[in-house]
Design a protein around this ligand. Structure first.
Ligand SMILES: Nc1ncnc2c1ncn2[C@@H]1O[C@H](COP(=O)(O)OP(=O)(O)OP(=O)(O)O)[C@@H](O)[C@H]1O
Length: 262
């Protein structure tokens, strides 16, 4: 695989008369931790869906883990990718047990079918839930969990197949301050773990970018505003352009903060 985890070349996505993404060229290499950031409707989820092989580009070419989309068996490729998103969470039946939801992450499927899991799988699922601070939820039903608990269980599930690529779409959305800080801290631990997979995380807020993330892409109206090392991308000029208003941006203790300039 030569270290290239994602390769998008001139990717565009067209729906009806509009372009959701236009001419996106993006290379993600092994062990990089990317954040994709931009305002509502910028195309972030659309981009992540391509990386998750859930959506094919209308223009350009995309390769995920060295496999060209459209020329590969997705059922073999998908278990190599961990993906957590609210759209995926909406597909989970409310009575699905937390342990089953994490276990079925091994096959990138929702709902137990006839697959067999051994005690090693169960141990791994428990360890992942524990690492995300929610081992006590193992016997609960997904529909009874709080938003913060759901987010953490989904990340445990996404990690279950020991993926080569971990994709997180707005993991901190809907969390209260404590929940956000807890999750951002856990994601930071993961980002700083050399054994952790290559990661791409989508968010609207620079405050939600965990310490340890190395690269960033700024999107606005389907186009890339800036892309590269996080320190070079998170400038006031780039972020103001991406969000369409003048911003003041600061960095403290490895985290970023933005507010409107007055
Ligand atoms: N099937 C579709 N047909 C037409 N437009 C669509 C379709 N799906 C998404 N869009 C539009 O594409 C744009 C990009 O959507 P996307 O969800 O990728 O943006 P986003 O940056 O993730 O937004 P948000 O931050 O609000 O979640 C939005 O304007 C959305 O309304």
């Amino acid at each position: 695989m030569s270290g290239e985890v994602l390769q998008l070349r001139g990717v565009g996505v067209r729906r009806d008369q509009s372009m959701l993404l236009r001419d996106v060229t993006w290379n993600v290499n092994e062990n990089e931790r990317w954040v994709v950031i931009g305002p509502n409707g910028a195309g972030k989820t659309t981009l992540l869906q391509i990386a998750a092989t859930m959506l094919f580009p209308s223009e350009g070419e995309a390769a995920v883990l060295g496999e060209e989309l459209g020329r590969t068996d997705l059922f073999e490729l998908r278990p190599r990718i961990g993906f957590a998103s609210s759209a995926l969470a909406e597909k989970v039946p409310p009575d699905e047990k937390v342990i089953d939801l994490v276990l079925t992450g091994s096959y990138a499927i929702i709902g137990r079918w006839h697959e067999e899991y051994d005690s090693t799988d169960v141990t791994r699922a428990v360890e992942l839930l524990d690492a995300l601070g929610c081992a006590e939820l193992i016997r609960r039903r997904f529909g009874t969990l709080s938003e913060g608990e759901r987010k953490r269980v989904q990340i445990a599930r996404a990690l279950m197949p020991d993926p080569e690529l971990l994709l997180l779409d707005e993991p901190a959305a809907g969390l209260d301050l404590g929940g956000r800080e807890d999750l951002v801290g856990r994601l930071s631990t993961l980002a700083n773990d050399p054994m952790a997979p290559t990661m791409a995380l989508v968010t609207h807020h620079v405050e939600e970018v965990p310490e340890g993330f190395t690269h960033a892409m700024l999107l606005r109206r389907g186009s890339v505003v800036a892309m590269g090392k996080v320190d070079e991308v998170f400038t006031e000029e780039h972020l103001s352009r991406a969000f369409g208003l003048p911003l003041r941006v600061e960095r403290q203790y490895g985290r970023w903060y933005a507010r409107a300039a007055r």
